[in-house]
Design a protein around this ligand. Structure first.
Ligand SMILES: Cc1cc2nc3c(=O)[nH]c(=O)nc-3n(C[C@H](O)[C@H](O)[C@H](O)COP(=O)(O)OP(=O)(O)OC[C@H]3O[C@@H](n4cnc5c(N)ncnc54)[C@H](O)[C@@H]3O)c2cc1C
Length: 392
C-alpha cells in the first residue's frame, strides 16, 4: 500500500515537529512519522534551556535567531510548556573567568543580545545560595527555560491544525529517492523527505558525520525559590571539559514546580542508556561545589539521553547531496531545544528556494566532504572548527 504527500518528516522530536509545523503552515501536505510518540528521544531527556551560545559565529547566529523565535511564540505556548524567561547567569569563580565574562558580553552585544555584568555582591544578592566568594557573572536576561515534551506536543498540535498528519508507532526502515518505507510494509511517496531522527539519524543514512554523545540529568524534590536563574559555570575554560572525552559542568535549572534540574555530563562511546554512577557522582559534586545546599537535597530521578554530535558542533540543516528528495534537520547536539524553531525556518526556506533570515551556509550538510566514511569517523573533513561547548 502506498500514499503520497509533499513532505514526509521522519522523527517527531522537537526538531521534527517544528519542521512539520513550518512545512504545513507554508501549505505543504505534510506527514510526520515516529517509531514512538511525539517528544521522546533526546527531547524528553533534554533540559529545556533556551540559550544563546557563542562557541562560533554560526552558533551565535542560530541560537540568538531561534531564541527570538521562541520569545515571539511565548504568548501562544500553553501553560504546560512552562516557558519562563528566567535568564542565564554565567558564573565566574575568579578574575580570569571575569575576563571571559567581559569577552562574552562584547560578543553577545555584536549579535544584539542584551547582557549585564554582575559583580560579586550583585551575584550573591541575585542567587544567595551560590557559594562565596565568587567573582561575578554575566546575566543574559532573555534566555529562557521550557518543558520540552509539552512544548513538542504543542508544536505537533499546531502542525496538525495546519493540516499535517501524524503516524506514531511506525518505524521508518528506509528513506530514499522520494520513497519512505515503514515497518508495517506501507510506503509513503513524497518529493521531499526530512530526516529529523536526532542521534538515530545515522540508521537511515550511515554516511552522516554524527556520533552519539550521552548525557545525564538529575531532578530534585521541590525547593521553591532556591535558585532563580539558569546557572552555568564558565569554568570549562580551565577544567578538563574542553579536552577529555568524558566531562561534567555545573548547570542547574529552576523548574516552575520548585524542583532543580541538575546537569550536565558528556560522554562519547557510551551506547547504552544505563546510568554511569561514577560520572553522575562527579556531576553532582560539581553542582555541590557551586551550590553547597544541593548536598542536603533529595534527588528523585536520574536519566540519560543521547545528543546527536557533529564534528564542528553545528547542526545539519538542508538538502543532502546525492538524493534530491532528501533533507536533513539533525545533529543539534546540546542545543536542539533552543534551535528547533530556527532550524525549521532555515529548512523550509531552503526547500522552497527562499532567502533565509540568517545565512544558511554554515549549517548546510555539504560542508562535510563526502569521502565515503561513516558516522563519527575522524577523517570526515570539516570546513570550519569551533571550540568546545559548556552547555548541556
Ligand atoms: C542530557 C541532555 C540535556 C540537554 N539539554 C538541552 C538544553 O537545555 N537546551 C537545548 O537546547 N538542548 C538540550 N539538549 C539537546 C536536545 O535535547 C536535542 O538537541 C534535541 O532534543 C534534539 O531533538 P530532535 O528532534 O532532533 O531529536 P529527538 O528528540 O531524539 O527525536 C528524534 C525522533 O526520531 C524518532 N526516530 C528515530 N529513528 C526513527 C525511525 N527510523 N523511524 C521513525 N522514527 C524515528 C525517535 O523516536 C525520536 O522521537 C539536551 C540533550 C541531552 C541529552
Amino acid at each position: 500500500m502506498s500514499s503520497s504527500c509533499d513532505v514526509v518528516v521522519i522523527g517527531a522530536g522537537i526538531v521534527g515537529t517544528a519542521c512539520a509545523w513550518e512545512c504545513a503552515r507554508r501549505g505543504l501536505q505534510t506527514v510526520v512519522v515516529d517509531e514512538c510518540g511525539a517528544g521522546g528521544g533526546a527531547t524528553a531527556a533534554g533540559m529545556g534551556h533556551i540559550v544563546v551560545m557563542d562557541d562560533s559565529p554560526a552558533q551565535l547566529a542560530l541560537t540568538s535567531y531561534s531564541q527570538r523565535l521562541w520569545r515571539e511564540l511565548a504568548a501562544e505556548l500553553p501553560a504546560e510548556a512552562e516557558f519562563e524567561m528566567c535568564g542565564t547567569l554565567w558564573v565566574a569563580s575568579d578574575e580570569e573567568e571575569m575576563g571571559e565574562v567581559r569577552r562574552k558580553q562584547g560578543v553577545y552585544a555584536s549579535a544584539g543580545v542584551r547582557t549585564e555584568v554582575l559583580a560579586a555582591n550583585a551575584l550573591a544578592e541575585a542567587e544567595p545560595h551560590l557559594r562565596r566568594p565568587l567573582a561575578g557573572a554575566l546575566l543574559v536576561p532573555t534566555d529562557a527555560v521550557l518543558y520540552p515534551p509539552s512544548s513538542t506536543a504543542f508544536l505537533l498540535r499546531q502542525a496538525m491544525r495546519a493540516g499535517a498528519r501524524f503516524q506514531s508507532a511506525r518505524k521508518v526502515i528506509s528513506a530514499e529517492q522520494g520513497r519512505v518505507r515503514l515497518d508495517d510494509g506501507t510506503e509513503l511517496r513524497a518529493p521531499r523527505i526530512v530526516n529529523a531522527c536526532g542521534a538515530e539519524s545515522v540508521e537511515l543514512l550511515p554516511e552522516l558525520p554524527i556520533r552519539k554523545r550521552k548525557g545525564h540529568l538529575a531532578i530534585t524534590d521541590r525547593y521553591p525559590g532556591f535558585v532563580r536563574h539558569q546557572l552555568v559555570e564558565l569554568g570549562y575554560l580551565k577544567s578538563a571539559h574542553s579536552v577529555s572525552t568524558d566531562s561534567v559542568a555545573f548547570n542547574v535549572q529552576p523548574r516552575q514546580t520548585g524542583q532543580l534540574l541538575i546537569g550536565s555530563s558528556r560522554e562519547y562511546g557510551a551506547e547504552t542508556p544505563g546510568v554511569n554512577h561514577a560520572l553522575l557522582a562527579k556531576m553532582i559534586e560539581r553542582a555541590q561545589d557551586y551550590l553547597p545546599g544541593i548536598g542536603k537535597m533529595q534527588a528523585i530521578r536520574v536519566w540519560t539521553g543521547f545528543r546527536a554530535a557533529t564534528p564542528d558542533k553545528l547542526p545539519l540543516i538542508g538538502p543532502w547531496a546525492g538524493d534530491d528528495s532528501l533533507f536533513l534537520a539533525t545533529g543539534h547536539e546540546g542545543l536542539g531545544i533552543t534551535t528547533s524553531l530556527g532550524t525549521a525556518k532555515l529548512l523550509v526556506r531552503a526547500m522552497l528556494g527562499e532567502k533565509t533570515e540568517i545565512p544558511a551556509d554554515p549549517y548546510l550538510p555539504d560542508r562535510f566532504a563526502h569521502n565515503g566514511h561513516g558516522a563519527g569517523n575522524d577523517e570526515v573533513h570539516v570546513h570550519s572548527h569551533s571550540a568546545e561547548s559548556s552547555h548541556v
